[in-house]
Design a protein around this ligand. Sequence first.
Ligand code: EPU
Length: 421
Amino acid sequence: MDKLIITGGVRLNGEIRISGAKNSALPILAATLLADAPVTVCNLPHLHDITTMIELFGRMGIEPVIDEKLSVEIDPRTIKTLIAPYELVKTMRASILVLGPMVARFGEAEVALPGGCAIGSRPVDLHIRGLEAMGAQIDVEGGYIKAKAPEGGLRGAHFFFDTVSVTGTENIMMAASLANGRSVLENAAREPEVVDLANCLIAMGAQIQGAGTDTIIIDGVKRLGGARYNVMPDRIETGTYLVAAAATGGRVKLKDTDPSILEAVLSKLQEAGAEITTGPDWIELDMKGKRPKAVNLRTAPYPAFPTDMQAQFIALNAIAEGTGTVIETVFENRFMHVYEMTRMGALIQVEGNTAIVTGTQALKGAPVMATDLRASASLVISALVADGDTLIDRIYHIDRGYECIEEKLQLLGAKIRRVPG
Ligand code: EPU
């Protein structure tokens, strides 16, 4: 298992390019299954989760054509089996995103039920109930969700999400695109990735209104066709590098990103003392060598502060001036990073869904273990500001969501290297 060794104490300084968004690329790849012609997805990030999705397509008999810039052409007409097996689903929960498209387009699907995961129990009941509302017959048997569309195909439905769910909204929106009649999704997720997926579906011929609001109206069409679509920039990768720069007192310019989808994060960074300048597709952060001030925050669905940035801000607070309270409301068990940071000298007290972080002047390098994707990002940030060397184990979590992290950090001056284990 590869590990990262980071020698802390360098102020990050420089410019890097932000990759395509993982959480947009995954549903968009799943959406290609709805088409009756090849779809090309561009600006895909080079990540382990994307490879897993492509491998899943391979298992289903589809051979994606990948070019050197990681554009992928998928011809869903070549599908042979409608099964997403447990070995793949257990490594990536987002595999559940193929459920809606397969039932809508091919009338049936078998997708392994994802289990719990490091950040919480994460049920998929809303995905199932949404499809049932559209007339699908669903049985959960032998650890698999077995779904069948009714005679004549899925029917448009009015569906209310009692919890805001990003992939739940995406799954049902994709299925509704090929259903008979109108679907209305209420209390839908408003995340920018939902909007990106809707734009891709619209480019394929879908009729969708209201993506980005809490009510999405989809008028089902008879067929969806081919398209060429560019995945949006990754707002969480962007936020992670901004926090890394702020924590080290440094300066970064991030290109090929979109400041308009990061408002909650940018305003917290300003509160922490960062100077932020933006252009249409870039963000510059300058901390002018200052130590950040601790911030209070509460995670919630978009446009509020993203749960996927919570761990990184705990790392920022850990070396900031003052005390910051961080409340996690989206997942029930997303503080595993706290215990690893404590090993580096962070002063953090967890009570239920609240972490109270008292900033210390310096963390100390230590061997630590990544527990999930964003937790691993927070350990990288902690290591960048720590005295001495930090060895981060289980970095396969990082490779799921951060493209070329060590190269990008090296470009910003960090002392980081990967050691094969
Ligand atoms: N939930 C239910 N029932 C459901 C679905 C969700 O109760 O059927 C609950 C979850 O347990 C959770 C809450 O609803 O408490 C929100 O979960 P959501 O469904 O929105 O999460 P997700 O769609 O599984 C996506 C991202 C996550 C991100 C969350 C929240 C993708 C592929 N994943 O997950 O990203 O944290 O939304 O914004 O889009 C990551 O990138 O590191 C990551 C975990």
